[in-house]
Design a protein around this ligand. Structure first.
Ligand code: 13P
Length: 255
């Protein structure tokens, strides 16, 4: 179901006590905004060891949800150091980020591997937040649409209609991540509209209308409102600004 959504990707930041302190500050500051009629779904994605402690701070039956930043593609077994989707679900995760450009770039995650991770996440009842996005070279070569179309086709569109209905897509241009160089709202809108068109072709027009598509890449308290006002932008996947309670709360209030 399409819904407004803000997800905080804490990446590899914060110790356990720092994370617990931050989330309790966020839930305190954002309590009113999160209770309002226009409130987005709010997903907090801390590092694995913080999941349980952060989850404990989230008010039950509220707009707040817990998410992880990755999962393994197998359900269990001899995969030292890895974490399965089933384990994530058992500590209260409802979402998992998959295919973040940092995972693709630094950990060699391919579309083939990601398609397996998607299946594993869905089988465990998690909602994947599936990331796509082009590099600066790709954008400057005018190949953005081909590239994103390919990421969607080979990473995501193998899912059944029922499986696809559980997926949130995040458009994160790599050149905008952590750089302070945000996509303009027109650039974001153009790619989001393109993603919706591809969904309509792969599934149907209703699936395209029903999909939640987030923007990520230097989104912050100053530019969120303008980005979220675009017709095909349903919210944000927030990195740096999700580590500051005041900023993250302002982003939650930007609808
Ligand atoms: P920044 O908001 O720090 O640019 O990070 C975006 C991101 O990668 C979220 O997943």
């Amino acid at each position: 179901m399409r819904q407004n959504l803000v997800a905080g990707n804490w990446k590899m930041n914060l110790t356990y006590p720092e994370g617990v302190a931050l989330v309790s500050e966020i839930t305190r500051l954002a309590a009113e905004a999160a209770a309002g009629a226009n409130a987005p779904e709010i997903v907090i994605c801390p590092p694995f060891p913080l999941l349980h402690g952060v989850g404990e701070q989230l008010p039950k039956a509220s707009k707040f949800h817990l998410g992880a930043q990755n999962c393994h593609q197998k359900e269990s077994g001899a995969f030292t150091g890895e974490v399965s989707a089933k384990v994530l679900a058992s500590v209260g995760c409802e979402y998992v980020i998959l295919g973040h450009s940092e995972r693709r770039q630094y950990f060699g995650e391919t579309d083939e591997l990601l398609s397996q991770k998607l299946k594993a996440a869905l089988a465990a009842g998690l909602k994947p937040i599936f990331c796509v996005g082009e590099s600066l070279d790709t954008r400057e070569a005018d190949e953005t649409f081909d590239f994103i179309g390919q990421q969607l086709a080979s990473g995501l569109f193998h899912l059944s209609n029922e499986e696809f209905a559980q997926v949130v897509i995040a458009y994160e241009p790599i050149w905008a991540i952590g750089t302070g160089r945000t996509a303009t709202s027109a650039q974001a809108q153009e790619v989001h509209a393109f993603i919706r068109e591809q969904i309509a072709r792969a599934y149907d027009a209703q699936a395209a209308l029903d999909t939640t598509i987030l923007y990520g890449g230097s989104a912050n308290a100053q530019n969120a409102r303008e980005l979220f006002s675009q017709p095909d932008v349903d919210g944000g996947l927030i990195g740096g600004a999700s580590l500051k309670a005041v900023d993250f709360t302002a982003i939650i209030q930007s609808f």
